[in-house]
Write a protein that binds this ligand. Structure first.
Ligand SMILES: [Fe+2]
Length: 280
């Protein structure tokens, strides 16, 4: 276990074939995930059953949310999502294309969002497509007292209509009034039920709205919080190699992805862990 230099992330090694671990190794892994929030395992290619077995170390699997195409990308492994720009026979094999994916946490547009995301790289582009993560405990801790007071007890709507690349999900209409954004309300500050520690819980910026405010006031406050939360001092960047696996704590970190050349191939398989906690 080697922590990264910044305020989150650690590189983990010492696994058996296919990322097999002992019971004690699993406990070390879970504790490290809660402490460092992003774990990085390098250069161990996995097949889909191995990725699923590894993901199950972190809890019960949660199937992917709806994608813009209304299809299951891996019919043999429907618990896995495919994040890719590759098309085969004119059909996308995965989600999100080659563009930027803006800062977000995964599937906060449900009442009980997933606790962990697990992403495994099968093919990566020569340049770009890096993933950044930001520590929302650190971001909350660094808020000044007046901003903490302004968001205390406030909840925001988390947009269910768009994915993190800004594409409309199948079955939703474009949003013209953020007070009517479809999706659940979550408090802007999450308190960890185990430690009592507070973290910002923002979901994603587009189409968000703080309940009980007029739209202009909500927009101004959200812009201020998001500018703070995504500052470089709270973040790290992962430059992918094929065979990398990352696990992140989805309730306490945000992530985003850089764009990459659309003629390059990037293929990731992703699992996520079912959340049991309504955010409070
Ligand atoms: Fe994501």
């Amino acid at each position: 276990m080697v922590p990264l230099a910044g305020c989150l992330g650690a590189t983990v090694s010492g696994f058996g074939p296919g990322l097999a671990v002992s019971d004690s190794g699993r406990n070390i892994l879970l504790n490290a995930w809660r402490e460092y929030l992003v774990l990085i395992i390098r250069d161990i290619p996995l097949n889909d059953p191995e990725l699923l077995a590894f993901a199950r170390l972190f809890g019960e699997l949660d199937p992917p949310g709806p994608n813009p195409y209304g299809t299951v990308f891996l019919p043999d492994f429907p618990e896995l999502n495919v994040i890719s720009n590759v098309q085969e026979d004119g059909q996308p094999i995965g989600n999100l294309g080659a563009g930027e994916a803006v800062w977000h946490a995964d599937m906060t547009y449900v009442e009980k969002p997933p606790t962990a995301g697990i992403l495994h790289a099968l093919e990566v582009p020569p340049h770009g497509g890096n993933t950044c993560f930001a520590n929302m405990y650190a971001a909350y801790d660094a808020l000044d007292d007046s901003l903490k007071a302004r968001i205390e007890g406030r909840s925001a709507i988390h947009d269910a209509a768009h994915n993190s690349a800004g594409m409309l999900r199948k079955g939703y209409e474009e949003i013209t009034d953020v007070t009517r954004t479809p999706g659940p309300r979550h408090p802007l500050v999450r308190t960890d039920p185990g430690t009592g520690r507070k973290a910002l819980f923002l979901g994603r910026r587009p189409y968000s709205y703080i309940e009980g405010m007029d739209v202009a006031e909500s927009e101004t406050l959200l812009d201020e919080i998001w500018e703070h939360a995504t500052r470089p001092e709270f973040a790290m960047t992962h430059v992918w190699q094929a065979g990398d696996t990352l696990i992140w704590h989805n309730l306490t970190v945000l992530h985003r992805r850089d764009a990459f050349g659309s003629s390059s191939r990037r293929i990731m398989h992703r699992a996520q862990i079912r959340g049991e906690e309504a955010i409070a």
